[in-house]
Design a binder for this molecule. Structure first.
Ligand SMILES: NC(=O)c1ccc[n+]([C@@H]2O[C@H](COP(=O)([O-])OP(=O)(O)OC[C@H]3O[C@@H](n4cnc5c(N)ncnc54)[C@H](O)[C@@H]3O)[C@@H](O)[C@H]2O)c1
Length: 402
């Protein structure tokens, strides 16, 4: 059987080189397939690549008996039944950092546009009005940027904003290394009261839901701007509308909403649409061709490493190990198994019984699944891998030749 990597949903061409280097033949499908067509296509797949529209359900994995790993060429993995994949020893990889820079750039651009009053002047110019004045128009240089959540995006933004001469302050629940001249503050309240532009870069959690409540918005500096390009449930939209209406806030940029249209065919409706001192974008903070190129290379690289070396670093559903390149003359045994007492010793007994020597071994467990990579020396009988697969507790096993 040819080793086929099936890529759905127009995955970026940057994915090709790593997959070809792993000996894969690539088959591409332009869009997401309906379940019946998807399942038929998956029958021969050794690797599969999807984006957010392909639903990898338990049935989809059942239809893919040869599948070794799945790549989500996007950030989220909600479209995948991760437990079903792990139960079959199928690692699922994603590209969590590929669009960090894209979001940070849009946030910074939004801060500049809001401080210059561009949204309302642009709307007026489109209507034919010439609002040529400096009223309410400011540089961002020397202004205070408050970042809530100093993770990948928040910290990248901090570097870009500092380079423009902004004074950067941040609040995070974890201790974080401040980049450049950025300074951490002890509480969200402190950040709210001091920031000229406040921007959110936290995940959606029970603690962050409605983090920008009416009360929090009321604590913001009068005339400040709010940017949410993180998650739709962080801001109380009615409270934001009230603050824009009263003039307490001078502007906002929002890319993510409590309710977003499921497709291009559905209308977008938000109470924020009545304002002109606002930038509304359709959840495109991370959507650039550069981000897709970067994700293509990143995820395909992880799939290729798993094929060539058995490394699962970056997998979101199985134990992570990184055994590195395999030395010439050795054979690497990769075994996904149930995380139960005694499995490893039985596996090692099987290796000894085959007359091979274990030169290196790594084991990691995650929930109910264990994963071991063992580098072996010595000639292995053809029956060896079948014996391992038949062992009690085995989920899936394969050999890589050095
Ligand atoms: N608009 C888009 O298209 C787009 C694209 C990518 C990411 N995002 C969103 O951007 C956000 C940030 O992404 P990231 O990659 O930087 O995530 P990250 O995990 O690297 O960083 C999040 C940071 O928030 C901090 N944090 C968590 N709870 C907090 C709280 N209650 N108060 C203060 N800090 C808190 C964490 O400690 C962490 O440092 C996420 O919500 C992500 O979904 C949006």
């Amino acid at each position: 059987m040819t080793d086929t990597a099936i890529l759905f949903e127009n995955i970026h061409a940057n994915a090709d080189a790593p997959l070809l280097s792993a000996g894969m033949t690539i088959e591409r499908h332009g869009g997401a397939l309906e379940p019946a067509d998807l399942h038929a296509a998956l029958a021969k797949a050794r690797l599969a690549g999807i984006r957010s529209r392909t639903k990898m359900t338990k049935q989809a994995f059942e239809a893919a008996p040869n599948l070794l790993a799945l790549g989500c060429f996007c950030i989220g993995t909600n479209q995948v039944d991760l437990i079903a994949a792990a139960a079959r020893g199928i690692p699922v990889f994603n590209g969590p950092f590929g669009n960090t820079r894209s979001v940070a750039e849009l946030t910074l651009a939004s801060a500049i546009m809001l401080k210059r009053g561009v949204p309302k002047r642009s709307a007026a110019a489109i209507r034919g009005e010439w609002q040529k004045s400096a009223d309410g128009s400011h540089e961002v240089r020397g202004k205070k940027l408050g970042i809530v959540g100093y993770g990948n995006i928040g910290s990248q933004l901090s570097v870009l904003a500092s380079a423009l001469g902004m004074h950067v302050y941040f609040y995070d629940i974890e201790p974080k290394l401040a980049h450049g001249n950025a300074r951490s503050v002890a509480s969200l309240d402190e950040l709210l009261t001091m920031s000229d532009v406040l921007t959110l870069h936290v995940p959606s959690t029970p603690q962050t839901k409605n983090i920008m409540s009416a009360e929090a918005i009321a604590k913001m500096k009068p005339g400040a701007m709010l940017i949410n390009q993180a998650r739709g449930d962080l801001v109380d939209i009615d409270a934001l509308c009230a603050a824009l209406e009263s003039g307490h806030l001078a502007g906002a940029a929002v890319d993510v909403f409590p309710k977003e249209p499921a497709s291009k065919d559905e209308a977008f409706v938000s109470p924020l649409q009545k304002f002109e001192n606002i930038i509304l974008t359709p959840h495109v903070g991370g959507s650039t061709l550069e981000a897709q190129a970067s994700i293509g290379e990143d995820v395909a690289g992880k799939l290729a490493r798993f094929i060539k070396q058995g490394g699962t670093k970056g997998a979101v559903n199985v134990p992570e190990i990184d055994p590195g390149p395999l030395a010439d003359g050795r054979t690497r045994l990769l075994s996904f198994h149930r995380n139960v007492p005694g499995y490893l010793s039985r596996l090692n007994d099987a290796v000894s019984a085959a007359g091979a020597n274990i030169c290196a071994q790594q084991l990691e467990t995650r929930g109910e699944v264990g994963f071991v990579a063992a580098d072996l020396e010595g000639d292995l009988p053809a029956s060896f891998i079948e014996n391992v697969k038949a062992m009690d507790g085995s989920i899936r096993a394969r050999l890589i030749a050095g």
